[in-house]
Unconditional design. Structure first.
Length: 654
């Protein structure tokens, strides 16, 4: 029995999870507990697993020996640190990239800090950090008055046991970047190349030579460059200013003759094309009529693209060549897992052992080790084993036309034992807003609210990702405008479909979703019975000012996506509180850098001046979403209590 299975049996005995009817109570323990594990990769020789495990305020990297399931090494950073990614550089050594996150709802921001450790926990070393490096053990370096470069992993360099390829980024606004080779045992770095565009990312070939660079100057317009080999000059392949589209490199074919690119279109989703550098000819390989590629699928080497996953009603895989060996393997695995999404995350060097990640709208994620010779798969890790998929509510895909004819998409999650006819509903707009999207997958808030007795509607309003550049760009400068109208149209659609009881609907969101919740109460006070804003932004003039400080690209972003600063007061809930006629619940963290708590405090004051009932929950030591388990428990208990008073669903048990 695996370590994760043993823990799972214990936890399943602690938690009893099932559908909770309105008026009953809900045990919050399974919802506030952290994932057991997040990401897993197998070593090239198959002897070890590297695993990330979330702790209350940070993420640790663990090394697990397969033979006896013993943990042989553990590395973690300071509070709010996250293992952004990690790589097996060889059989004995793992390199990891560290990030910072200021809350549970905050996307981690990589700081350009690399660390290495052996499988036995020895030779732990901070390889590079903007704060400098020294010889002390541990991941945190001495702080300096002058920051060094941030360093990011590019390539593990197959066949080179000592070195990896990295990009070195000066600590500056809109920086130029250079490519270096880094010795993972002694930190020595050798300059390999400079690149022709600021804020660049890169793609290397099978030999570890950087061939593509894509970046943007202060105008935030993408440029894609290509070179034939090291030492040769870069040539511009695509300039968004001219082509009006972005192109992203994905990798090279196994023989190195073709490159693969993801290409935006004026209308509709992105396509994947092959491009022949010798002839400049390209051919379309994959294209979905509705959605963008979700993940690129790679061959056993982890570097050669062979297809892509797409997500609409569920996740499906498509391949450049359906007859290829790995494509056929995927097809057999998909049948075995009965419709769940399947992706290979890593494989041993000989290709015998393959690590599979399997997930769905009812399964938060399992890892299976698949033997390609015996054709057997063993479950070795689960992210949240206490959630039994068959006992979880499913999420149903829907689409409808907004008032201006634009097709919108989303997901409806209903209680497992849903009663017939309309019922209480929570509209749950996602954060971001631009490029972010609600997905067919395990959404904790949707699961919690469905278990409390609510229909949960998640709609990908214009501005969301996954449906093409035009869909995303349609949200530009539409804060409080058409993006908000899309949410209203989704609410009316749910009423017309007999899903929602028009007298029992609330709107709840986090980050941008918090803004949308308060603007929903502003614009349509008769449509919603209550509004909840969690770590939200409510003063767009203040947000514009903060985004514009420090860099020309930030000022460009604020102008392009928020709009002229002079127009933002009329779209800020803090200035429109007198139009809100329903009770409001606000929650925020004092250390939130993405949505500073002053947004929530100003919103609270404005609501009180307007005589609007408002409840608040503030934690001075939390950030963009609450980390601490007891704080999350209190937040969800307050949320369920607030919704229950206005919609009639379950409350939290004591």
């Amino acid at each position: 029995m695996s370590v994760s299975r043993a823990w799972g049996m214990l936890l399943c005995g602690m938690f009893s999870i099932g559908a909770v009817q309105a008026g009953q109570t809900l045990d919050l323990a399974p919802y506030v507990r952290q994932d057991m594990y997040e990401w897993v990769k197998i070593s090239p020789d198959g002897q070890y697993f590297a695993v990330t495990a979330p702790l209350e305020d940070r993420t640790a990297l663990l090394i697990l020996r397969r033979s006896d399931q013993a943990f042989t090494a553990k590395v973690s950073g300071p509070a709010n640190s996250v293992v952004d990614d990690f790589w097996w550089a060889n059989n004995e050594r793992v390199v990891m990239s560290m990030a910072r996150r200021q809350g549970s709802r905050d996307e981690p921001s990589s700081i350009g800090e690399l660390y290495a450790v052996n499988v036995d926990g020895k030779q732990s070393m901070l390889l590079a950090s903007p704060y400098g490096t020294n010889e002390r053990a541990g991941i945190v370096s001495e702080y300096k008055n002058t920051l060094d470069q941030s360093v990011y992993m590019l390539d593990t360099l197959d066949g080179d046991e000592r070195n990896v390829l990295v990009s070195a980024v000066p600590i500056a606004n809109d920086p130029h970047i250079r490519i270096e080779k880094l010795d993972i045992y002694n930190r020595n770095r050798i300059r390999v190349a400079d690149v022709p565009v600021r804020r660049a990312s890169f793609k290397s070939d099978r030999e570890g030579e950087v061939r593509f660079a894509v970046g943007a100057d202060a105008d935030n317009l993408s440029k894609l460059y290509y070179r034939e080999a090291r030492g040769q000059s870069w040539r511009l392949l695509n300039d968004e200013k001219v082509s009006k589209q972005r192109r992203y490199p994905l990798g090279f074919s196994a023989d190195g003759r073709l490159a693969y690119l993801q290409v935006e279109r004026d209308r509709g989703p992105d396509v994947i094309v092959s491009w022949d550098p010798a002839t400049d000819q390209q051919a379309e390989l994959l294209h979905d009529e509705v959605v963008d590629p979700l993940h690129i699928l790679y061959d056993m080497d982890g570097k050669t693209p062979i297809g892509a996953s797409y997500m609409r009603e569920k996740v499906v895989n498509r391949f450049f060549d359906e007859g290829a060996r790995t494509a056929r393997l995927y097809r057999s695995l998909e049948k075995a897992f009965n419709g769940d999404a399947v992706r290979m995350t890593s494989a041993t060097r000989d290709g015998r052992q393959v690590l599979l990640y399997v997930w769905s709208d009812r399964n938060n994620g399992d890892y299976f080790l698949f033997d390609t010779q015996t054709r057997e798969a063993d479950r070795i890790f689960s992210r949240r084993e206490w959630f039994v998929p068959d006992q979880r509510p499913a999420s149903r895909y829907f689409s409808f036309r907004a008032r201006d004819g634009m097709m919108l998409h989303g997901y409806l999650t209903e209680p497992k034992a849903v009663a017939s006819g309309p019922g209480p509903m929570v509209l749950l707009p996602h954060g971001g807003p631009f490029g972010v999207f609600d997905a067919w997958g395990f959404d904790l808030d949707a699961q919690l609210l469905a278990d409390a007795g609510y229909r949960v509607l998640r709609v990908n309003y214009r501005g969301s990702g996954n449906y093409g550049a035009a869909y995303r760009d349609a949200g530009a400068q539409e804060w409080g405008g058409k993006m908000q109208a899309d949410l209203v149209d989704a609410t009316h659609w749910a009423v017309e479909q007999g899903i929602a009881d028009r007298e029992r609907i609330c709107i709840y969101g986090a980050s941008y979703g918090g803004y949308a919740a308060l603007m929903g109460a502003v614009r349509d006070p008769q449509l919603y019975r209550c509004a909840v804003g969690y770590v939200g932004v409510y003063d767009l003039e203040l947000m514009h000012r903060d985004a514009s400080e420090g860099s020309r690209s930030g000022r460009t972003w604020a102008a392009d996506w928020l709009g002229a600063r002079s127009t933002l007061g009329a779209r800020s809930p803090t200035r429109l509180a007198e139009q809100i006629k329903v009770p409001v619940f606000l929650a925020a963290g004092g250390k939130d850098e993405r949505a500073p708590i002053e947004h929530s405090r100003n919103m609270e004051r404005a609501l009180k001046r307007a005589g609007v009932p408002v409840e608040t929950l503030y934690y001075p030591n939390e950030g963009h979403g609450f980390y601490t388990q007891e704080h999350r428990r209190e937040y969800y208990a307050r949320l369920l209590g607030f919704l229950s008073r206005h919609l009639g669903g379950a409350t939290a048990s004591q």
